[in-house]
Design a protein around this ligand. Structure first.
Ligand code: PLP
Length: 379
């Protein structure tokens, strides 16, 4: 079956009791057992909940993994992966990663004696050279954030596996519609379900998909022991979001492509980062690795300083000034003062996050309306 059919039917069996087409939301924290010590499928909702299971089953299927675990936020999902590591382990992460992941690695994982190196994952030679004897996890994003850099997932899987490490990928920007990293050799796929999976700026969530039974069990052990699970209502919203994921992502990607082309020809725009543009260094790889679209995130630089950029992001009317992304409404922000403010200033400069950079999350509005809005704001 095709992706969009599976997104609607897998994990969405009608309720056996009532025939309800949509599986009900099970709010129960605990489940009655027939006999002491003989457990039914569900016993306690931290360990497992029927509504959460529905969402986990669908996303695991769409990613082509063995199993999935849903968390209260994307960071709770990433933290679960980091909690598998122990003192003395090393993480090699791409340099174009989510600000919160940077903070987790540099300000929390380090306290437990876990060391991190950031390296450019688009430069495979340099990336492989940053592997250490004690590297246990390689962590990448593609497209990256906010450079929209494209990383060769299959090549990174080889680099990780040659070193006896796991490859984890934060695939929030690509979604399983556009990239299925497990098919390319990744071991763990992570999503902030807050973004495209929820899709309507009204849910916080995270998910991990593991490629093997053993890895699923190892991650599940940490998830159950640490307890950062997704609630039943959020699970329901994420299941609902998955049903329209493909339609939203394909349409948003089309609009993003048109906007990127328009921005590239704007006299005040000095640089546009969007993998769909031929001018983008990752374009060729993205054309092979991404399935029929380049996503709906982009960033661009204007010919202005910090304050002028601040003025522009505050002057749009349809694009809402907000962090986050992936929803039906378009968002605009300044990474230097918003999404990437948790980077040290020196690391921001090193990773090309300029004061003039603007990041867009393109929603489902009409291209013409979004273009006109940007045109009046940039001036
Ligand atoms: C938002 C985001 C996260 C963190 O997810 P939360 O749901 O906010 O905890 C991680 N990675 C990427 C790429 C994100 O955009």
């Amino acid at each position: 079956m095709q992706f969009r059919t599976r997104a609607i039917h897998v994990g969405n069996e009608p309720c056996p009791q009532t025939g309800a087409v949509v599986p009900p939301i099970y709010l129960a924290s605990t489940f009655v057992q027939h006999e002491a010590g003989v457990w039914r499928e569900f016993d306690y909702s931290r360990s497992g909940n029927p509504t959460r299971s529905c969402f986990e089953e669908t996303i695991a299927h769409l990613e082509g993994g063995y199993g999935a675990m849903a968390f209260g936020t994307g960071m709770a999902a990433t933290s679960c992966v980091m909690a598998m590591l122990k003192s003395g382990d090393h993480v090699l992460a791409g340099s174009d990663i989510y600000g919160g992941t940077y903070r987790l690695l540099h300000k929390i994982s380090n306290r437990a004696g876990i060391e991190t190196t950031l390296a450019d994952s688009t430069n495979l030679k340099a990336f492989a050279a940053a592997i250490k004897r004690n590297t246990k996890l390689v962590w990448i994003e593609s497209p990256g954030n906010p450079q929209m850099s494209i990383t060769d997932i299959a090549a990174c899987a080889k680099i990780a596996h040659d070193a006896g490490a796991l490859l984890g990928i934060d695939s929030t920007f690509a979604t399983p519609v556009l990239t299925r990293p497990i098919e390319l050799g990744a071991d763990i796929v992570m999503h902030s379900a807050t973004k495209y999976i929820g899709g309507h700026s009204d849910v916080m969530g995270g998910v991990l998909v593991a490629n093997t039974e053993q890895l699923y069990k190892d991650l599940y052990f940490v998830a159950n022991a640490t307890g950062g699970i997704m609630s039943p209502f959020e699970s329901y919203l994420c299941s609902r979001g998955l049903k329209t994921l493909e339609l939203r992502v394909r349409e948003q990607s089309k609009t993003a492509m048109l906007l990127a082309e328009w921005l590239e020809s704007h006299p005040r725009v000095t640089k546009v980062r969007y993998p769909g543009l031929k001018s983008n260094p990752g374009h060729e790889l993205a054309s092979r690795q991404m399935d029929g679209g380049f996503g709906a995130m982009m960033s661009f630089d204007i010919d202005g300083d910090f304050n002028e950029t601040k003025r522009v992001v505050g002057a749009t009317k349809l694009f809402r000034l907000a962090v986050s992304l992936g929803a039906v409404e378009s968002l605009i922000e300044q990474p230097a003062s918003m999404s990437h403010a948790s980077y040290d200033a020196a690391d921001r400069a090193k990773h090309g996050i300029t004061d003039g950079m603007i990041r867009l999350s393109v929603g489902l509005e009409a291209f013409e309306d979004l273009r006109d809005d940007l045109a009046q704001a940039i001036g």
